[in-house]
Design a protein around this ligand. Structure first.
Ligand code: SF4
Ligand code: SF4
Length: 606
């Protein structure tokens, strides 16, 4: 049956057809939909793991017991999972084990831009890369066969466009793996990586890679050579192949479905068949470096094609039209100039509990070590209340480390802020470090009851599993106290005055402390009825009182905007304009009400 599927949906379908029985993931754009989709298949146990390292470890354990298993993550997630990843290439697998890693070229939703292809050679784990949704499904299936045949985990790499674009997929039936389930203690030398067992494994790994390279050359069906006009041959993979084919369809192509090991004989043959070779790849010169190291003359590659950001047919045309067709690049006519489009910068939702919390931090003038989540939007003006943010969990360690340098002078000036899901992902360790090594920083945990930024995924702190079943729920206060924090406070961030008071006390304390937000569910978390606690559904401006002081604009609520219009208040104050509240966006959180000194924001009617 044919169906239009998103790339991530097709990976899920491929996992199901391949007979996968366990799927583990930590959400991260652009990979999040894969596990959400897999969770819809009853035959597969799925979970949101607390972090990517745990996801890989659980899935690998499942593989050792004979089950086909998949672990999914975004590119930075593989950094978190690097420790087990770098050793499971030695232990190998029993049931097929596939790790999906989704890159984000252009950093649409990431703190950095990484080319995950660099992990394949580094980790000595084969990598395959689909170009469209059909290949997403087919490559996922074949990845499990490769994994079991060569006793290795397999990396399946996608990137934003492959993960999120829709195309037609021919579905198949589910086929269970023939690998028997069970554990055998005789396998100990295979799975215990102490030096006496890992040294021979290191040698065996090279043999495995050689066999995989031979397979890439002779059997892997998705390394494909297309000889058309032989004057120019393009070597490419994934979505870059599709873009290049779109721009220069008349030329020859070597499409690499396997990123590493490379099919060396096929590459040699391609160089014989075409006159000049151009390597087109997104991000790093991975293929180009490998192919040049083989001794071949690559005509063009990263000398013309950008090594940063996403490629597109337009960028490829602009980069190569001169050398390929001897023509000058003519940019397409732009119908609407970007500067003429209405601006819509990313912002926290109207009513979001992070807004008053960061407003309080700004008013207190604290240096905020932030983290990864929706709340990173607080870095943007006018809130401008985040000053450092590196990776998941880094804020707590950062605040503690800065405190060690500043000593008593830093008291009252520093805090760390991170979300509930991020705290469970990688915040507990640095908090333990802060207490154990006598730091004084304050950690603020924003409990909004869900992993919000990536699309409402459950965590051990929400009380539900990925399938919506009730589950054990983490008590943040108990965790924080268990690692030794004695000073733990809870605040309702919607009460700005009280929140400021609590934060002020804690950041001035010469001891580690933690503040946990309560009554602050994500505005999109329907089951928590986030609007239920607001007294009025909407607020409006009393233009008789509004002085146009713009203080309420500092909270950056998307419902509040400025209207230039000279006038005066009822008591005669001359103003240059007033603010306006869009009643379709306002949810009645009263944050703006609290910052207006002139009582000009009053309940309105929807
Ligand atoms: S509503 Fe209040 S805070 Fe906002 S501009 Fe008017 S007077 Fe100032
Ligand atoms: S009450 Fe004020 S801050 Fe809250 S959503 Fe409405 S306009 Fe925005």
């Amino acid at each position: 049956m044919k169906k239009v599927m998103q790339g991530n949906e097709a990976i899920a379908r491929g996992a199901w057809e391949a007979g996968v029985i366990i799927g583990c993931a930590y959400p991260g754009t652009p990979s999040s939909e894969i596990m959400a989709e897999i969770s819809g298949y009853d035959e597969i146990y799925t979970e949101w793991s607390p972090n990517e390292k745990i996801a890989v470890e659980v899935a690998h354990g499942a593989s050792l017991a004979g089950g086909r298993a998949i672990a999914c993550m975004k590119h930075v997630g593989l950094n978190v999972a690097a420790d087990p990843f770098m050793t499971i290439s030695y232990t190998g697998v029993k049931g097929g084990f596939v790790i999906v890693v989704a890159d984000d070229p252009g950093q649409h939703s990431s703190q950095n831009e990484q080319d995950s292809r660099n992990w394949t050679r580094f980790g000595k784990v084969p990598m395959i890369e689909p170009a469209d949704s059909q290949e997403c499904k087919d490559f996922t299936k074949i990845a499990f066969d490769i994994s079991e045949r060569f006793d290795t985990p397999v990396l399946l790499r996608t990137e934003t466009r492959v993960s999120h674009c829709d195309s037609v997929v021919e579905s198949g039936e589910r086929k269970e793996s023939a690998i028997p389930k069970g554990l055998d203690q005789k396998d100990t030398p295979k799975y215990v990586m102490v030096p006496m067992y890992s040294r021979p494994k290191r040698v065996a790994l090279e043999d495995k890679i050689a066999k995989l390279a031979a397979y890439a050359d002779t059997e892997f069906p998705y390394n494909v050579m297309e000889i058309n006009d032989p004057s120019i041959g393009f070597i490419s993979s994934g979505v870059s192949y599709l873009y290049t084919k779109d721009v220069f369809p008349q030329y020859s192509f070597l499409k690499l479905g396997m990123v590493w090991p490379l099919p060396k004989n096929m590459i040699a043959e391609f160089f014989k068949k075409v006159k000049k070779v151009i390597v087109v790849e997104e991000l790093d010169p991975f293929f180009e470096t490998e192919i040049r190291a083989m001794g071949y003359k690559v005509w063009h590659g990263k000398d013309l094609i950008p090594a940063m950001g996403e490629l597109s047919p337009g960028i490829i045309k602009q980069s190569l039209i001169k050398v390929v067709e001897g023509r000058k690049y003519k940019p397409p006519k732009i119908m609407i100039k970007p500067e003429n489009l209405p601006r819509r910068p990313p912002n926290l939702c109207a009513g979001c509990s992070h807004r008053p919390l960061f407003y309080a931090l700004k008013k207190l003038g604290l240096y905020v070590f932030g983290d990864i989540g929706c709340y990173a939007l607080a870095v943007a003006p006018p809130l401008a209340a985040m000053h450092a943010s590196t990776c998941m969990g880094a804020g707590i360690g950062g605040a503690y480390g800065a405190g060690k340098v500043l000593g008593k002078k830093g008291l009252g000036k520093i805090c760390a802020v991170l979300g509930d899901s991020t705290f469970l992902h990688s915040g507990i360790g640095p908090l333990m470090d802060t207490v154990y090594n006598k730091g004084y920083s304050t950690t603020i945990i924003l409990d909004n009851g869900i992993t919000a930024m990536t699309g409402q995924q459950e965590t051990p702190g929400t009380g539900y599993t990925i399938k919506g079943e009730p589950a054990a729920i983490v008590d943040y206060e108990q965790i924080v106290r268990a690692v030794g924090v004695k000073n733990v406070r809870k605040v309702d961030p919607y009460n700005i005055e009280e929140t400021m008071g609590v934060i002020r006390e804690e950041v001035n304390r010469d001891d580690a402390s933690a503040i946990i937000t309560v009554n602050s569910p994500c505005m999109l978390l329907r089951r928590a009825n986030p609007l239920g606690k607001f007294k009025h559904p909407v607020y409006t401006i009393d233009t008789d009182r509004c002085r146009g002081c713009k203080v309420c604009l500092e909270i950056n609520c998307p419902a509040v905007s400025w209207q230039k219009a000279e006038g005066q208040t009822k008591d005669g104050y001359k103003r240059k304009g007033t603010v306006f509240i869009n009643k379709d966006q306002c949810v009645g959180c009263e944050v703006c009400v609290q910052v207006c000194k002139f009582e000009a924001i009053v309940p309105g009617a929807k």
